[in-house]
Ligand binder design. Structure first.
Ligand code: ASP
Ligand code: MG
Length: 418
């Protein structure tokens, strides 16, 4: 039997009506001849409520009990989904993680999959069951305790099952109808993409992160699981949603596929640091150790320090605004310990990052120049530039972020299909 994985997020199972609507979509696939593995999230808002209860009961909670409580939202929807399918005469049953058993590491609240044995589900499909409804987001540790995968983890459950069972596709039902060329709230010209590659999807995190847990995309890329992101609020047909797939499947040859952004960025500059071997390690080691996510890095040209011939330079980097305090503390501690030396630390907390992303960049020259011209035409000053094989990012003043996204969307004609 061909097999599909269908995952329904919180808003798609928010109440009994929504569950009936989702179940009808499952039944339609069963009627088309598929066996289906359904992965459900908790009803929307439920997980937050459970997390709140844990924090209120025990601020320094035992992570194993946190998982015991927080995983329960999915158990409710899994049972209700199985019941709803049974009411529609679809042979279905629910499975909690430990029943499969979904084996994970013991990293509570951030567990990783170790194995998803097929035997139990395969046996039920062989008996004539058409649907296995799996509680997403959870598993069981080697110690036999319930684990959870981190917020948004049901997406990753879905991809892991699709990989383990060789599913034809993994459909992720949510409340948006696909992945867009950029955030439609920033420009009404944003267009829904028919297809996007795994790599681009990972880079477009700011557009996709709320739709797909990043881990799930990494896993899909590794196991080449075709993912379709679509809305459970629309009728489903062949054209629905966006397919996230291997780049070999993409014929469309746009140089740039999307414009991503990150609004809350900061730029930090260490003025006058020694220019010597080991200085970058001495600066960025302590930053990493204190959990600062450094993104772009620029080291300026070296010059001689005043009244000496020791070479010095300025080191600039960016990180999320809410990590500035942590970064400052780490750098001051490194200076106090004598590991680094600098005159001042300049901090600009009013930055934003805008990126253009596209696998077409690998084979096209001039993308950066076109990007910079578009920004210049709108008078947007660039503070820092960083590039990777399929992405060019610029750090700019936050107040120009929307303008920059719109200008780049126009410059690369993203409103027009392939
Ligand atoms: N219910 C969990 C959460 O809200 C997992 C999920 O929905 O993916 O994070
Ligand atoms: Mg989600």
């Amino acid at each position: 039997m061909p097999l599909l994985v269908m995952k329904f997020g919180g808003t798609s199972v928010a109440d009994l009506d929504r569950i009936r609507n989702a179940a009808a979509k499952v039944k339609a696939e069963v009627d088309r001849g598929y066996d289906v593995i359904v992965i459900v999230s908790a009803m929307s808002g439920k997980t937050n409520e459970l997390v709140g209860w844990v924090n209120e009961t025990s601020p320094l909670y035992d992570a194993r009990e946190y998982d015991a409580v927080v995983s329960s939202g999915e158990n409710v929807t899994a049972g209700l989904m199985a019941l709803t399918l049974q009411e529609m005469d679809v042979p279905a049953r629910s499975w909690q993680g430990w029943q499969v058993p979904i084996q994970t590491t013991s990293a509570h609240s951030a567990a990783r999959f170790v194995d998803i044995p097929r035997a139990n589900l395969d046996m039920k499909f062989a008996e004539g069951f058409k649907v296995a409804v799996i509680a997403g987001f959870q598993g069981v540790s080697p110690e036999g305790r319930i684990t959870t995968l981190g917020r948004g983890g049901s997406d990753t459950t879905a991809v892991a099952f699709a990989a383990a069972f060789g599913a034809e596709r993994c459909d992720i039902y949510t409340d948006v109808d696909g992945i867009y060329t950029t955030d439609p709230r920033i420009t009404s010209k944003a267009r829904k993409l028919e297809k996007i590659s795994f790599e681009e999807m990972l880079e477009l995190a700011s557009l996709g992160a709320k739709v797909l847990q990043t881990r799930s995309v990494e896993l899909a890329m590794r196991y080449k699981v075709r993912l379709r992101v679509l809305s459970s609020f629309d009728e489903t047909d062949e054209q629905s949603g966006t397919l996230v797939c291997d780049e070999d499947e993409i014929m469309e040859s746009k140089v740039v596929s999307g414009v991503a952004y990150s609004r809350e960025e900061a730029k930090l500059t260490l003025v006058t640091v020694e220019d010597r071997p080991g200085i970058a390690a001495a600066i960025f080691g302590p930053l990493a150790d204190s959990g600062v996510n450094v993104d772009m890095i620029v080291q300026n040209i070296s010059e001689k320090a005043q009244g000496s011939d020791k070479p010095v330079t300025d080191m600039t980097f960016s990180c999320p605004v809410d990590q500035v305090a942590r970064a400052r503390k780490a750098l001051e501690a490194a200076r106090d310990a004598g590991h680094i030396n600098y005159d001042t630390l300049e901090v600009d907390e009013d930055a934003a990052k805008v990126s253009v992303v596209g696998i077409g960049m690998r084979s096209h020259a001039g993308v950066a120049a076109r990007m910079f011209r578009a920004l210049a035409a709108d008078g947007v000053n660039i503070k820092v530039i960083a590039t990777s094989e399929i992405k060019i990012s610029v750090l700019i003043d936050r107040k120009y972020m929307e303008l920059a996204v719109q200008a780049l969307h126009d410059a690369f004609e993203l409103d027009k299909a392939g």
